[in-house]
Design a protein around this ligand. Structure first.
Ligand SMILES: [Zn+2]
Length: 484
């Protein structure tokens, strides 16, 4: 309890978490895997860990990823029937325009590839949009929310549901982003074959200046360049669609310059350690982490500079208190998460598991636990137990000193979509904390608005304090964290 008191004092009253977040966001820029911004942030984190006195702080290669990508110029405007600047952001890994282009908009209404074929010969030098049948969803609910007591009680009583498969998740996501998904995918290749200037896209939830922007196609080192495809504001998209539909010709100007980084397809995670000191337990490891990579349309503050800043701050707190942990404490900031948990999956595959049995190997058995944070800026309200009933009494005890900070809930519920799954998948206990959603799905997750401004300092301080305590407890405990 004496150490928990010190952790609280350092974490709540001497926090560096917002300074760390500044370096990972504003100072580094967008952190797409293998892009210059990713390496600015990763190198900064390694040098900071070294400054703090960490062991083995380094960029740890996990395998081949593919191309980095950088946006160097982006301009879209409507110039006829009148001038209107467009809120636009090109999708990641798409090509540029080859200088300033002025082009007429073609609205494609095809519902299948047969109908699409009727546009052959009509898209050269044009800007192409797919007809959208949807309308704007007004914001009747607040963008930002916290979990209510009722919601937390429901979570506490929930049984684990079978997790969605990755394919189910992707399909749902794709449908939500674009109900025309199959045909839109085909349009990308067709427009390229036909010599179009650019595709324009929009998402229903991306209104009021918020754009949800992800990848525009393959990033593997030998893959061909993808057709330029820019997400524009829903309101801009519908304005153009209504004009073209009613027979008014619409002209746009576009100039986009992108750069592909192909000199090194290897990708890296950031690793750092506080060595264990107990003769018997020092080879065992307590791990914590989050993904450092982001999408490209903002600096990925809530996804996931927030999680990385909290994890870095948690180990900074412990180091500043001069802890001598019994087990080794290892932080990992992953890359390639946004493309399918690639950094953590490959770390676990290369080092901690047997590739034939897909279970933890001898090294993996030495990992007591992995803690992850990747749900935005919201403070910690508890822990998802991932169906591990055995760990409940342990975590119950560890949460006790933080009930005054709002962290009280343990749920058997699974949560998916991020790097703890890589550990859970081979039988190493891996946990995500429950966090208040704040504006995660409404405003910041994969959007052009995911900036430092959307971080809440008090929430991140609370989270770093609780994570530091959990990591400390796990490192000092006589036994490893119980397996499922
Ligand atoms: Zn994330």
């Amino acid at each position: 309890m004496d150490m928990i008191r010190k952790i609280r004092e350092e974490g709540l009253n001497n926090s560096k978490v917002m300074d760390i977040a500044f370096h990972l966001t504003d100072a580094s820029g967008p952190r797409l895997t293998n892009s210059p911004g990713f390496f600015r942030a990763a190198n900064w984190a390694v040098s900071e860990l070294k400054k703090w006195g960490f062991d083995n702080a380094n960029l740890d290669a996990w395998g081949n990823f593919g191309k980095g990508w950088e946006l160097q110029k982006s301009y879209y405007a409507m110039v006829a029937p009148y001038y209107k600047p467009l809120i636009a952001f090109p999708k990641t890994w798409t090509a540029g325009t080859n200088g300033l282009q002025r082009a007429q908009v073609v609205l494609v209404t095809a519902k299948d590839t047969m109908e699409l074929a009727s546009y052959r010969g009509k898209l050269k030098g044009k800007i192409v949009m797919m007809y959208r049948p949807d309308t704007l969803n007004q914001s009747f609910k607040a963008d930002a929310t916290r979990l209510t007591d009722d919601q937390l009680t429901t979570m506490a009583n929930n049984k684990p549901a079978p997790p969605d498969t990755a394919a189910q998740r992707r399909a749902r996501e794709q449908f939500r982003r674009n109900p025309n998904f199959g045909i839109a995918n085909r349009l990308r290749d067709f427009a390229k074959e036909e010599g179009a200037v650019s595709i324009l896209s929009a998402t229903t939830n991306g209104h009021d200046g918020t754009l949800f922007v992800q990848g525009g196609g393959a990033y593997q080192i030998n893959s061909p360049e993808n057709m330029l495809d820019a997400v524009i504001a829903f309101e801009d998209y519908m304005t153009i669609q209504r004009l073209v539909s009613s027979g008014v010709p619409v002209q746009l100007e576009a100039e986009v310059k992108t750069r592909f980084e192909t000199s090194n397809e290897k990708a890296y995670n950031v690793i750092g350690e506080i060595k264990g000191t107990d003769k018997k337990l020092k080879d065992e490891v307590v791990m914590l982490g989050g993904h450092l990579d982001s999408w490209q349309s903002a600096t990925g503050a809530t996804d996931n500079a927030a999680g990385c800043a909290v994890m870095l701050e948690a180990v900074r707190i412990l180091k500043s208190l001069g802890v001598k942990p019994r087990r080794t404490i290892r932080i990992a900031l992953w890359s390639g998460e946004e493309q399918g948990l690639l950094g953590s999956r490959n770390y676990v595959r290369n080092r901690l598991s047997d590739t034939t049995t897909r279970k933890a190997n001898a090294e993996g058995e030495k990992v007591s636990v992995y803690f992850n944070l990747d749900n935005g800026t919201g403070k910690i309200r508890g822990v998802y137990l991932q169906g591990n009933q055995n760990v409940r009494p342990v975590f119950e005890k560890w949460l006790e000193p933080f009930s005054d900070l709002g962290a009280t809930t343990l749920t058997l519920q699974n949560t998916g979509g991020t790097d703890h799954l890589s550990f859970d998948g081979v039988g190493i206990p891996g946990f995500q904390f429950i966090q208040d959603p704040i504006e995660y799905s409404t405003r910041t997750h994969h959007t052009n608005m995911d900036s430092y401004d959307h971080l809440i300092a008090d929430d991140l301080k609370q989270a770093a304090t609780i994570v530091a305590a959990f990591v400390y407890n796990a490192a000092m405990r006589e036994e490893k964290i119980p397996r499922k």
